[in-house]
Design a protein around this ligand. Structure first.
Ligand SMILES: [Zn+2]
Length: 84
């Protein structure tokens, strides 16, 4: 088990990062992933954010898509020759 040492500087840096992130949200200059905070310029388009969400390590949709794939793979092994 690794214990991460948290210093006052680490906490202040995180506060600064989060304040900048909130400022970016309030200006509307970015499109953000609400789960991890990844930002894109609005001109990047909605498709870029959608692609990010499908692979975001913190977004529940990514986990759900991975689980669906696992279940589809399992279903194929249980029902060989029954492709849909
Ligand atoms: Zn994300």
């Amino acid at each position: 088990m690794t214990i991460k040492r948290v210093t006052t500087k680490c906490l202040m840096d995180e506060i600064t990062r989060l304040r900048r992130w909130v400022h970016g949200l309030q200006t509307g200059l970015y499109v953000n992933c609400v789960y991890c905070g990844h930002q894109y310029a609005p001109k990047a388009g909605r498709d870029v954010l959608t692609a990010h969400i499908k692979q975001c390590p913190e977004h529940p949709l990514a986990a759900a898509l991975e689980r669906i794939k696992e279940l589809e793979d399992e279903n194929r092994t249980l029902r060989p020759g029954c492709e849909e």
